[in-house]
Design a protein around this ligand. Structure first.
Ligand SMILES: Cc1cc2nc3c(=O)[nH]c(=O)nc-3n(C[C@H](O)[C@H](O)[C@H](O)COP(=O)(O)O)c2cc1C
Length: 272
Protein backbone atom coordinates (compact mmCIF):
# COMPACT_ATOMS: atom_id res chain seq x y z
CA UNK A 1 0.00 0.00 0.00
CA UNK A 2 2.81 2.38 0.91
CA UNK A 3 4.50 1.57 -2.39
CA UNK A 4 1.26 2.20 -4.23
CA UNK A 5 0.87 5.56 -2.50
CA UNK A 6 4.44 6.50 -3.39
CA UNK A 7 3.81 5.55 -7.02
CA UNK A 8 0.58 7.50 -7.05
CA UNK A 9 2.43 10.56 -5.85
CA UNK A 10 5.05 10.21 -8.58
CA UNK A 11 2.65 9.48 -11.37
CA UNK A 12 -0.91 10.26 -10.44
CA UNK A 13 -3.75 7.92 -11.47
CA UNK A 14 -3.13 8.29 -15.15
CA UNK A 15 0.02 6.26 -15.32
CA UNK A 16 -0.39 3.99 -12.34
CA UNK A 17 -1.30 0.88 -14.32
CA UNK A 18 1.65 1.23 -16.62
CA UNK A 19 4.01 1.84 -13.73
CA UNK A 20 2.77 -1.22 -11.88
CA UNK A 21 3.24 -3.29 -15.04
CA UNK A 22 6.81 -2.01 -15.38
CA UNK A 23 7.47 -2.84 -11.75
CA UNK A 24 6.09 -6.36 -12.22
CA UNK A 25 8.29 -6.91 -15.27
CA UNK A 26 11.36 -5.63 -13.40
CA UNK A 27 10.54 -8.06 -10.59
CA UNK A 28 10.10 -10.95 -13.00
CA UNK A 29 13.45 -10.22 -14.63
CA UNK A 30 15.06 -9.33 -11.28
CA UNK A 31 16.43 -6.19 -12.92
CA UNK A 32 15.44 -2.76 -11.55
CA UNK A 33 16.84 -1.06 -14.65
CA UNK A 34 13.88 -2.48 -16.61
CA UNK A 35 11.66 -0.42 -14.32
CA UNK A 36 13.38 2.89 -14.82
CA UNK A 37 13.76 2.37 -18.53
CA UNK A 38 10.07 1.53 -18.93
CA UNK A 39 9.21 4.60 -16.84
CA UNK A 40 10.99 6.74 -19.41
CA UNK A 41 8.44 5.52 -22.01
CA UNK A 42 5.78 7.52 -20.24
CA UNK A 43 6.83 10.74 -21.89
CA UNK A 44 7.64 10.63 -25.55
CA UNK A 45 10.14 13.37 -25.45
CA UNK A 46 8.79 16.85 -25.34
CA UNK A 47 8.12 18.91 -22.25
CA UNK A 48 7.68 16.00 -19.89
CA UNK A 49 5.64 16.02 -16.75
CA UNK A 50 6.62 17.84 -13.63
CA UNK A 51 8.88 15.48 -11.69
CA UNK A 52 9.11 17.77 -8.73
CA UNK A 53 12.45 19.23 -9.73
CA UNK A 54 12.93 22.80 -8.63
CA UNK A 55 12.90 24.97 -11.70
CA UNK A 56 15.84 27.07 -10.71
CA UNK A 57 18.53 25.28 -12.64
CA UNK A 58 18.78 28.00 -15.22
CA UNK A 59 22.55 28.11 -15.54
CA UNK A 60 24.21 26.30 -18.40
CA UNK A 61 27.37 25.74 -16.44
CA UNK A 62 28.53 26.00 -12.89
CA UNK A 63 30.92 28.63 -11.79
CA UNK A 64 32.62 28.53 -8.45
CA UNK A 65 34.42 31.84 -8.48
CA UNK A 66 33.33 35.29 -9.50
CA UNK A 67 36.95 36.23 -10.05
CA UNK A 68 38.90 34.89 -13.01
CA UNK A 69 40.51 31.49 -12.59
CA UNK A 70 43.53 30.08 -14.37
CA UNK A 71 43.29 30.97 -18.01
CA UNK A 72 43.96 28.15 -20.39
CA UNK A 73 45.90 28.40 -23.66
CA UNK A 74 43.79 28.59 -26.79
CA UNK A 75 42.83 25.11 -27.98
CA UNK A 76 44.86 23.82 -30.91
CA UNK A 77 43.32 24.87 -34.22
CA UNK A 78 44.43 21.85 -36.21
CA UNK A 79 45.37 18.32 -35.31
CA UNK A 80 46.75 17.56 -38.74
CA UNK A 81 44.85 14.28 -38.77
CA UNK A 82 41.82 13.49 -40.85
CA UNK A 83 38.61 13.02 -38.87
CA UNK A 84 37.72 9.73 -40.54
CA UNK A 85 41.08 8.18 -39.73
CA UNK A 86 40.78 9.40 -36.12
CA UNK A 87 37.38 7.72 -35.78
CA UNK A 88 38.77 4.54 -37.29
CA UNK A 89 41.85 4.45 -35.06
CA UNK A 90 40.12 5.33 -31.77
CA UNK A 91 40.72 2.78 -29.06
CA UNK A 92 40.47 2.64 -25.30
CA UNK A 93 44.09 3.02 -24.18
CA UNK A 94 45.04 2.22 -20.62
CA UNK A 95 48.82 2.66 -20.62
CA UNK A 96 50.34 6.12 -20.39
CA UNK A 97 53.81 7.61 -20.53
CA UNK A 98 55.02 9.12 -17.24
CA UNK A 99 55.69 12.35 -19.15
CA UNK A 100 53.36 15.17 -18.16
CA UNK A 101 50.55 16.27 -20.44
CA UNK A 102 50.94 19.82 -21.75
CA UNK A 103 48.53 22.55 -20.72
CA UNK A 104 47.70 23.10 -24.39
CA UNK A 105 46.74 19.43 -24.77
CA UNK A 106 44.53 19.57 -21.67
CA UNK A 107 42.96 22.83 -22.84
CA UNK A 108 42.24 21.31 -26.26
CA UNK A 109 40.56 18.21 -24.80
CA UNK A 110 38.40 20.31 -22.48
CA UNK A 111 37.42 22.78 -25.17
CA UNK A 112 36.65 20.21 -27.86
CA UNK A 113 34.72 17.94 -25.48
CA UNK A 114 32.49 20.43 -23.64
CA UNK A 115 33.56 23.93 -24.77
CA UNK A 116 31.34 26.82 -25.79
CA UNK A 117 31.43 27.52 -29.53
CA UNK A 118 28.68 30.07 -30.06
CA UNK A 119 25.38 31.49 -28.97
CA UNK A 120 21.90 30.18 -29.67
CA UNK A 121 19.25 32.50 -31.10
CA UNK A 122 17.61 32.72 -27.66
CA UNK A 123 20.84 33.78 -26.00
CA UNK A 124 22.15 30.61 -24.34
CA UNK A 125 25.52 29.11 -25.20
CA UNK A 126 26.08 26.51 -27.91
CA UNK A 127 28.47 23.68 -27.19
CA UNK A 128 30.68 21.31 -29.10
CA UNK A 129 28.44 18.45 -27.95
CA UNK A 130 24.75 18.14 -28.89
CA UNK A 131 22.42 18.40 -25.92
CA UNK A 132 18.72 17.60 -25.56
CA UNK A 133 16.84 20.89 -25.48
CA UNK A 134 20.18 22.72 -25.44
CA UNK A 135 20.14 22.33 -21.65
CA UNK A 136 23.78 21.23 -21.31
CA UNK A 137 23.90 19.09 -18.16
CA UNK A 138 27.58 18.10 -18.40
CA UNK A 139 30.21 19.54 -16.05
CA UNK A 140 33.94 18.79 -16.31
CA UNK A 141 36.37 18.51 -13.39
CA UNK A 142 40.07 17.84 -13.69
CA UNK A 143 42.21 15.82 -11.28
CA UNK A 144 45.72 16.97 -12.07
CA UNK A 145 48.82 15.02 -11.18
CA UNK A 146 51.36 15.98 -13.84
CA UNK A 147 50.36 18.71 -16.26
CA UNK A 148 53.01 21.20 -17.40
CA UNK A 149 52.46 24.59 -15.82
CA UNK A 150 49.65 23.46 -13.50
CA UNK A 151 49.95 22.54 -9.85
CA UNK A 152 48.63 19.15 -8.81
CA UNK A 153 45.08 19.59 -7.58
CA UNK A 154 41.38 19.52 -8.36
CA UNK A 155 39.93 21.97 -10.85
CA UNK A 156 36.59 22.76 -12.46
CA UNK A 157 36.43 23.79 -16.11
CA UNK A 158 34.57 27.04 -16.69
CA UNK A 159 33.50 26.66 -20.33
CA UNK A 160 32.24 30.22 -20.69
CA UNK A 161 35.65 31.68 -19.86
CA UNK A 162 37.78 28.71 -20.96
CA UNK A 163 39.43 28.74 -17.54
CA UNK A 164 40.13 26.38 -14.70
CA UNK A 165 38.80 27.14 -11.25
CA UNK A 166 40.89 25.79 -8.39
CA UNK A 167 38.89 23.58 -6.03
CA UNK A 168 41.69 21.86 -4.15
CA UNK A 169 45.47 21.52 -3.98
CA UNK A 170 47.61 18.38 -3.93
CA UNK A 171 47.72 15.16 -5.89
CA UNK A 172 44.32 13.45 -5.58
CA UNK A 173 45.00 10.69 -8.09
CA UNK A 174 45.32 8.08 -5.36
CA UNK A 175 41.84 8.93 -4.05
CA UNK A 176 40.41 8.83 -7.54
CA UNK A 177 42.12 5.46 -8.13
CA UNK A 178 40.45 4.01 -5.00
CA UNK A 179 37.12 5.55 -5.98
CA UNK A 180 37.48 3.89 -9.41
CA UNK A 181 37.76 0.39 -7.95
CA UNK A 182 41.58 0.50 -8.03
CA UNK A 183 41.89 0.57 -11.80
CA UNK A 184 45.61 1.11 -12.42
CA UNK A 185 45.14 3.38 -15.41
CA UNK A 186 43.45 5.93 -13.13
CA UNK A 187 46.44 5.94 -10.76
CA UNK A 188 49.12 6.22 -13.44
CA UNK A 189 47.53 8.72 -15.81
CA UNK A 190 49.06 12.18 -15.37
CA UNK A 191 45.59 13.72 -15.41
CA UNK A 192 41.96 12.61 -15.32
CA UNK A 193 38.87 14.43 -16.51
CA UNK A 194 35.67 13.65 -14.61
CA UNK A 195 32.30 14.33 -16.20
CA UNK A 196 29.22 14.81 -14.06
CA UNK A 197 25.70 15.74 -15.07
CA UNK A 198 23.58 18.29 -13.27
CA UNK A 199 20.49 16.21 -13.76
CA UNK A 200 17.75 18.79 -13.01
CA UNK A 201 18.95 20.99 -15.87
CA UNK A 202 17.48 18.35 -18.17
CA UNK A 203 14.77 16.98 -15.86
CA UNK A 204 13.15 20.37 -15.32
CA UNK A 205 12.04 20.26 -18.93
CA UNK A 206 11.90 16.61 -19.89
CA UNK A 207 10.66 14.94 -16.71
CA UNK A 208 11.04 11.16 -16.74
CA UNK A 209 12.44 11.22 -20.26
CA UNK A 210 15.41 13.22 -19.03
CA UNK A 211 17.21 10.18 -17.68
CA UNK A 212 17.78 9.00 -21.24
CA UNK A 213 18.68 12.41 -22.59
CA UNK A 214 21.19 13.49 -19.95
CA UNK A 215 23.06 10.19 -20.24
CA UNK A 216 23.24 10.52 -24.00
CA UNK A 217 24.55 14.08 -23.68
CA UNK A 218 27.47 12.96 -21.53
CA UNK A 219 28.14 10.12 -23.98
CA UNK A 220 28.48 12.61 -26.83
CA UNK A 221 30.91 14.72 -24.79
CA UNK A 222 32.81 11.54 -23.89
CA UNK A 223 33.27 10.53 -27.51
CA UNK A 224 34.76 13.96 -28.10
CA UNK A 225 37.38 13.24 -25.41
CA UNK A 226 38.29 9.99 -27.15
CA UNK A 227 38.56 11.59 -30.58
CA UNK A 228 40.59 14.61 -29.50
CA UNK A 229 42.96 12.40 -27.50
CA UNK A 230 43.37 10.14 -30.52
CA UNK A 231 44.01 13.07 -32.83
CA UNK A 232 46.66 14.53 -30.52
CA UNK A 233 48.55 11.25 -30.02
CA UNK A 234 47.31 10.96 -26.45
CA UNK A 235 45.67 7.98 -24.79
CA UNK A 236 42.45 7.70 -22.81
CA UNK A 237 39.68 5.33 -21.76
CA UNK A 238 36.15 5.95 -20.52
CA UNK A 239 35.86 4.69 -16.95
CA UNK A 240 32.31 4.14 -15.79
CA UNK A 241 33.06 1.80 -12.88
CA UNK A 242 33.45 3.74 -9.64
CA UNK A 243 31.94 4.29 -6.22
CA UNK A 244 29.62 7.22 -6.87
CA UNK A 245 29.72 8.47 -3.29
CA UNK A 246 33.52 8.54 -3.22
CA UNK A 247 33.74 10.42 -6.50
CA UNK A 248 31.14 12.92 -5.26
CA UNK A 249 33.08 13.47 -2.03
CA UNK A 250 36.30 13.97 -3.96
CA UNK A 251 34.68 16.55 -6.25
CA UNK A 252 32.72 18.17 -3.43
CA UNK A 253 29.36 17.62 -5.15
CA UNK A 254 26.21 16.27 -3.56
CA UNK A 255 25.33 13.14 -5.63
CA UNK A 256 21.67 14.21 -5.37
CA UNK A 257 21.42 16.92 -8.01
CA UNK A 258 24.77 16.27 -9.65
CA UNK A 259 25.89 12.76 -10.62
CA UNK A 260 29.35 11.58 -11.64
CA UNK A 261 29.17 9.75 -14.96
CA UNK A 262 32.55 9.13 -16.57
CA UNK A 263 36.22 9.42 -15.66
CA UNK A 264 38.78 9.82 -18.45
CA UNK A 265 42.38 9.19 -17.44
CA UNK A 266 44.58 10.92 -20.03
CA UNK A 267 48.28 10.64 -20.81
CA UNK A 268 50.73 10.60 -23.64
CA UNK A 269 50.50 7.45 -25.67
CA UNK A 270 52.99 4.62 -25.33
CA UNK A 271 53.36 2.57 -28.53
CA UNK A 272 50.55 2.47 -31.07
C1 LIG B 1 30.17 3.70 -20.53
C2 LIG B 1 31.52 3.03 -20.57
C3 LIG B 1 32.11 2.62 -19.38
C4 LIG B 1 33.38 2.03 -19.39
N1 LIG B 1 33.98 1.73 -18.20
C5 LIG B 1 35.24 1.25 -18.22
C6 LIG B 1 35.93 1.04 -16.98
O1 LIG B 1 35.43 1.27 -15.89
N2 LIG B 1 37.22 0.59 -17.05
C7 LIG B 1 37.84 0.34 -18.24
O2 LIG B 1 39.01 -0.05 -18.22
N3 LIG B 1 37.20 0.53 -19.44
C8 LIG B 1 35.93 0.98 -19.44
N4 LIG B 1 35.30 1.24 -20.64
C9 LIG B 1 35.99 1.01 -21.91
C10 LIG B 1 35.47 -0.25 -22.63
O3 LIG B 1 35.97 -1.37 -21.96
C11 LIG B 1 35.92 -0.22 -24.08
O4 LIG B 1 35.30 0.88 -24.74
C12 LIG B 1 35.56 -1.51 -24.80
O5 LIG B 1 36.31 -2.59 -24.31
C13 LIG B 1 35.76 -1.42 -26.31
O6 LIG B 1 37.10 -1.10 -26.60
P1 LIG B 1 37.47 0.18 -27.48
O7 LIG B 1 37.00 1.41 -26.73
O8 LIG B 1 38.97 0.13 -27.59
O9 LIG B 1 36.80 0.05 -28.77
C14 LIG B 1 34.03 1.82 -20.63
C15 LIG B 1 33.43 2.23 -21.82
C16 LIG B 1 32.20 2.84 -21.79
C17 LIG B 1 31.60 3.31 -23.10
Amino acid sequence: MEVENALRSIAGRRYLDRILKALALAGERRDPSVFYHLLSFLEEGYYGWDVGVKRDFQDFYKFYQQSPGISLPEPLEMSGVDVFSVIKRRRSRRVYSIEPVSLEELASILFYSVGVTGQAGWGGPKRVYPSAGGLQPVEAYVVVGRVEGLEAGLYHYHPGRHELEVLGRGDLRNRLFHACLEQDHVLYAPVSIVFTIIYPRTAQRYGVRAYRYALMDVGFAGENVYLVAEALGLATVAVGAFHDGEVCRLLGVDCEWEYPMLVFPVGKRVGD
